[in-house]
Ligand binder design. Structure first.
Ligand SMILES: C[S@@+](CC[C@H](N)C(=O)[O-])C[C@H]1O[C@@H](n2cnc3c(N)ncnc32)[C@H](O)[C@@H]1O
Length: 373
């Protein structure tokens, strides 16, 4: 092995474990080889990391393979086999020594950095779960744990999860002025984000509180029944010991498509589109005022039809948000799964679409904004 010992300690359930210093020395030693030798060496290394080893003892001094006492500095380094193999494949596929050394150095940097909380761009290859495309085709909703698809109007858990993984780190505060049945709350507590949510339907808030109170979590959560239009979110945060929010998620009613309550303060009862947008923009302004500079706001919204016209609610809401001074970062289009209301009525919708000259809604938007730093 390139004048150094085999740095592999173990491959356990798809994760390869190394003594960090040994691996670094091994990578460094590759740099003195000719390209043909680098390829040969790296190919045999790839083979050795794909051998699964089961240890009786956890990896550590007694469980090591190829462990050398003198190198016990820097601790263990764990990495998914697939991620490491991809990087090694790049090294062995290099045509020139310069290129191979470039990939070796990149891997050394990766090995030397511990994963920070939140996104660590030195280890960007680790984030397979995070979607970076602007079209999200979500097949089915997650009914696991606390999630309940029974509430008409909730979004798929993947939406808040993606947003929180991408734009927050553990301990950050997520603010949600339309919390509904608690989809964001349940995802937040499962990944150690703090959460503050408000909804006008007290029953929903209390049901969500009851569900989450049984979960083991480090997160702090603050749930309120109220009208977000009249809520001073900055004061509410301060009362709970927070100076600022790190991410705001807004999933308002899509105007009057679903009436959530008979309460006139409910945005789904706004008597006009302008009235809806006015209420929405008030809530947005109050939420934005809590957002730390550099923090993100995401609004999830679909369009609607009224009197034979496509009403671009998504674009109108986007304009309101842009007026608050936020910078638009992305318009994500998410496919729209059948709602309970439309289930079994595809043929009727298809007929109506053909007759009316329009297209049946199959998408909604996730509008991502950032507060200037
Ligand atoms: C589209 S749903 C949000 C669903 C949520 N994302 C979930 O997954 O459960 C919109 C929510 O806004 C709430 N709402 C409407 N007007 C409100 C207002 N003025 N203040 C607070 N909540 C309001 C409704 O009660 C409803 O639960």
């Amino acid at each position: 092995m390139a004048g150094s010992q085999n740095p592999v300690m173990a491959n356990i359930d798809g994760e390869v474990v190394f003594e960090r210093a040994v691996l670094d020395r091994y990578l460094e030693s590759l740099k003195s080889l000719a390209i043909s030798e680098i390829r040969k060496e790296v190919d045999s290394f790839r083979e050795s990391i794909s051998t699964k080893v089961t240890l009786d003892a956890p990896p550590g001094k007694n469980g090591l393979i190829g462990f050398d006492e003198s190198t016990q500095t820097g601790g263990d380094f764990r990495v998914k086999h697939a991620i490491l193999d991809r990087q090694l494949e790049q090294i062995s596929g290099s045509r020139t020594e310069d290129r191979a050394i470039y990939y070796i150095e990149r891997l050394r940097k990766y090995v030397s950095s511990d994963r920070k909380e939140g996104l660590d761009l030195n280890r960007w290859q680790d984030y397979d779960e995070i979607i970076t495309d602007s079209f999200w085709n979500v097949e089915s909703r997650d009914r696991s744990e606390m999630h309940d698809a029974g509430y008409w109007g909730n979004f798929v858990p993947l939406i808040p999860r993606q947003l929180m993984l991408r734009y927050t780190k553990p301990g950050d505060l997520v603010l949600e002025p339309f919390m509904g049945a608690g989809t964001t709350l349940f995802e937040a507590v499962s990944i150690d984000r703090n959460y503050l949510g408000v909804d006008i339907i007290g029953e929903l808030v209390e049901k969500a509180r009851a569900k989450v109170s049984g979960s083991m979590t480090k997160s702090k959560y603050f749930l309120y029944t109220g009208n977000s239009c009249e809520t001073d979110f900055s004061s509410l945060l301060r009362e709970n010991g927070f100076e600022a929010s790190d991410l705001v998620i807004m999933h308002p009613p899509y105007h009057d498509i679903i009436h959530f309550t008979d309460d006139p303060r409910d945005l789904s009862n706004a008597s006009s589109l302008d009235g809806f947008l006015l209420q929405f923009s008030r809530i947005a302004a109050s939420c934005v005022s809590t957002l730390r500079p550099g923090g993100y706001l995401a609004a999830v919204i679909g369009d609607k039809y009224a009197s034979g016209e496509w009403v671009p609610l998504g674009f109108l809401v986007m304009q309101e948000l842009a007026r608050t001074g936020l910078i638009l970062k992305s318009i994500v289009v998410k496919n729209f799964n059948r709602t309970r209301g439309k289930r079994g009525q595809e043929r009727l919708w298809r007929y109506r679409a053909l007759a009316g000259g329009y297209y049946v809604f199959k998408h909604e938007y996730i509008l991502v904004f950032r507060k200037p730093a």
